[in-house]
Design a protein around this ligand. Structure first.
Ligand code: LLP
Length: 433
């Protein structure tokens, strides 16, 4: 009935999420409210770990792409599940370290890391840096030399694989700001530079072809292209690189028609292709990495809002306005993303009321969706929007000087505040007096 396995209707007729009554959560913590099931996050992590074990004997590492939702509670949950962590900024790295994630299991990504971010990462002892450009390789070498460290690096190669997804979240095509193109020879130049750098230990190649992908073939093709590249490197230099990072991008269900791949299907298919390629080419099977973000958190998160104005424009459209909007979830405004929702305190009633769910920002594009079917709502009801665990909190803003919502997590069936609600004082805290 719901897009998330964590959701059901309880005996009071309310929406329950991860075993907790959402109407009670809205009363206890106020709205808007992000709710994240850490129990669900850990279950999602376990699926990836089991798949890597089953299909590849566990010879690899799953990294959580923390950009999807980065805070100390989530960092702790994924690292306690045995995952490594992918960070893309000094801020994400700081959060991971604050959550006491083992630096050796942190990997630093990003297409334009600043010198100070690189220095922070190297001084913190991150396990791997995924180098995105030639100039970054120079910077890593210089900073590592200064600090007297040898840094493990993977070069981000761009395989030229085009996955069918939104243009803004496609990353593997040649015309991209990310990585070094294999086709153009830039990736090889990067590899040669890294191999010649005294303070860089080149471990392998990494890649990421895009996000919210529902087919397995682009990942298999990507893996094979990268394996071919590893063979070319060996032929040219005699060096056998041992690590291969396939990236993330595994699609999730936002609306019932979405048909996501399971971790078992993705890892199973990629591992099979890699093993077959290695058997045929005589190249040793590499240490395999995957970097899911959305697949770990999206459906383990919901957002609760309070319904305000309900406006019915005869023969045109109904508008249900909520106390949040694009400042806590900009994904409709950015990508025309689709969502499902439910009136949490009327979850046992039929969902037969079609409406645009509108935010409170001063923009017509500030919607959660244009045609969402929910229970007939009234002012004061609690509206739950599903699948908001990924890229909602992390892309939130203070637009219109709205304070960011709090985030509650559910762990072992108990709710607790993981991120407190921002106040007006927080918003003006950096302004002059
Ligand atoms: N690895 C790299 C290098 C990435 O750039 C990304 C996402 C991931 C892993 C994780 O991808 P995931 O498994 O979460 O799809 N803001 C957009 C998504 C941007 C994704 C950016 N990179 C959205 O809201 O849909």
């Amino acid at each position: 009935m719901f897009v998330s396995d964590n959701a059901k209707v309880n005996s009071a007729g309310n929406l329950e999420f991860s075993g907790v009554d959402t109407v009670a959560l809205a009363q206890k913590y106020g709205t808007p409210l992000y709710v994240t099931s850490l129990d669900g996050v850990k279950a999602s992590c376990a699926e990836f770990t089991a798949a890597l074990e089953k299909h590849y004997g566990g010879r690899g590492m799953i990294l959580y792409a923390s950009k999807a939702n980065c805070n100390t509670a989530i960092c702790k949950a994924v690292s306690s599940s045995g995952f490594g962590l992918d960070v893309v900024s000094g801020g994400e790295l700081y959060t991971a370290l604050k959550a006491k994630v083992n630096p050796a299991k942190i990997c630093f990504h990003g297409n334009n890391k600043t010198d100070s971010e690189l220095r922070f990462a190297i001084e913190s002892g991150v396990g791997r840096i995924f180098a995105d450009s030639m100039s970054e390789l120079d910077d890593i070498e210089a900073i590592a030399a200064e600090t007297g460290k040898k840094v493990k690096v993977l070069v981000r190669a761009n395989p030229g694989v085009e996955a069918s997804t939104h243009e803004y979240i496609m990353t593997g095509q040649v015309d991209s700001k990310f990585g070094l193109s294999i086709e153009k020879g830039d990736a090889l130049a990067g590899v040669l530079k890294a191999l010649a750098s005294e303070h860089i230990e080149l471990a392998g190649i990494d890649c990421h072809i895009g996000s919210q992908i529902f087919e397995v073939l682009p990942f298999e093709d990507e893996a094979e292209m990268l394996m071919r590249f590893l063979v070319d490197i060996r032929e040219l230099t005699g060096v056998t690189l041992q690590e291969l990072n396939i990236g993330g991008g595994f699609g999730v269900r936002y609306v019932p028609s979405d048909d996501p791949l399971s971790a078992d299907m993705i890892i199973g298919a990629v591992a099979a292709r890699v093993k077959r390629f290695c058997a045929e080419s005589g190249f040793p099977e590499p240490f395999l990495m995957f970097e899911p973000g959305r697949a770990i958190v999206a459906n383990n998160g919901i957002t609760l809002y309070t319904v305000g104005c309900v406006k019915e424009i005869e023969g045109v459209r109904n508008y249900v306005s909520i106390d949040g909007g694009m400042f806590d979830n900009p994904r409709y405004a950015l990508y025309k993303a689709r969502y499902t929702a439910c009136v949490a305190n009327r979850a046992d009633r039929p969902a037969d009321y079609s409406a645009a769910i509108a935010g409170k920002c001063c923009e017509s594009g500030d919607l959660i969706g244009k045609d969402i079917t929910i229970q007939r709502p009234e002012r004061g009801d609690v509206l739950a929007v599903f699948t908001t665990g990924a890229y909602n909190y992390s892309m939130s803003s203070n637009y219109n000087r709205n304070p960011r919502p709090a985030m509650v997590v559910i762990e072992n069936g108990e709710d607790r505040l993981a991120i407190r609600r921002e106040t007006y004082a927080d918003i003006a805290a950096f302004d002059e007096e």
